[in-house]
Design a protein around this ligand. Structure first.
Ligand code: NAP
Length: 240
């Protein structure tokens, strides 16, 4: 049984999959969660084939009951939680006059509300890990759109600003008890999420998912005396 364990949401591709691999390399047992089971099972089989201790739990993080299912499956398999990675996310572009309520709700639910509910559901396991080693970690994938407003992606940007604010609040509330939170704020990363813009911004000029994931290795090594509230990742020449 792994001595440390993690949950990664949105672990079936892109940044989440790269973070899951880093956690595997760091000898964590990992619950990989994402929405579509076939894609998730393929990703989990890939990491298991590399020798990592993973389980796949499909679930739509927009649904409270499915979040609870992911957390319960993790508890049953690993019995502890040292790192929680709230990474599942979607972005749907629209000008303000064209915003559809259903799409607005989806973006807030998946990007922001799910993060809040995962904290609540995972709190007992995180507190137990913190009592043991004072270094429980929660990583919340925000975006550079969580640091500056964006036209057309305004709902996404608002949700990601919410993630940065929530992370700050969690550090006020939980860091004194040994649960430290970090918001990751990347600009364009070469994942399926940015396919829509690759005609204009070539994939090879984008940040690599591994660039973002490597920061999690660093965060795992930071001493209990140090909180890293956020990390920005920008491309050469980008304005923040
Ligand atoms: N790529 C970028 O340029 C960029 C920049 C800044 C921030 N981000 C953020 O990084 C995170 C990861 O995105 P990515 O770029 O790696 O994109 P991605 O490759 O499309 O991965 C998104 C992941 O989230 C999962 N997901 C989406 N909706 C879900 C739901 N309702 N329930 C459970 N899982 C769900 C997806 O699973 P399914 O495919 O099964 O839905 C997938 O595993 C997101 O929060 C995104 O906002 C990305």
């Amino acid at each position: 049984m792994a001595e440390r364990a993690a949950i990664v949401t949105g672990a079936s591709s892109g940044i989440g999959l790269a973070i899951a691999r880093v956690l595997g390399e760091e000898k964590y047992g990992i619950t990989m969660a994402a929405r579509r089971p076939e894609k998730l099972d393929g990703a989990a089989a890939g990491l298991a084939g590399e020798g990592f201790d993973v389980q796949a739990v499909a679930g739509n993080v927009a649904e409270e009951a499915e979040i609870q299912k992911v957390v319960a499956s993790h508890r049953e398999r690993y019995g502890r939680l040292d790192a929680l990675v709230n990474n599942a996310g979607i972005g749907i572009g629209a000008t303000v006059g064209e915003i559809q309520t259903k799409r607005l709700d989806m973006q807030l639910d998946i990007n922001l509300r799910a993060t809040m509910l995962f904290y609540r559901e995972c709190l007992p396991m995180l507190l137990a890990a913190a009592a043991e080693h004072h270094n429980a970690l929660v990583v919340n994938t925000s975006s550079i759109a969580g640091k500056r407003g964006e036209g057309w992606l305004s709902v996404y940007a608002a949700a990601k600003h919410g993630v940065v604010g929530w992370t700050e609040s969690m550090n006020k509330e939980l860091a004194p008890q040994g649960i430290k939170s970090t918001a990751l704020c990347p600009a364009f990363v070469d994942t399926p999420m940015t396919d829509f813009i690759k005609e204009h911004v070539p994939a090879q000029e984008m940040i690599r998912p591994e660039d973002v994931a490597e920061s999690v290795r660093y965060l795992l090594r930071v001493s209990p005396a140090c909180v890293v509230p956020e990390i920005m990742f920008i491309r050469p020449g980008d304005a923040i």
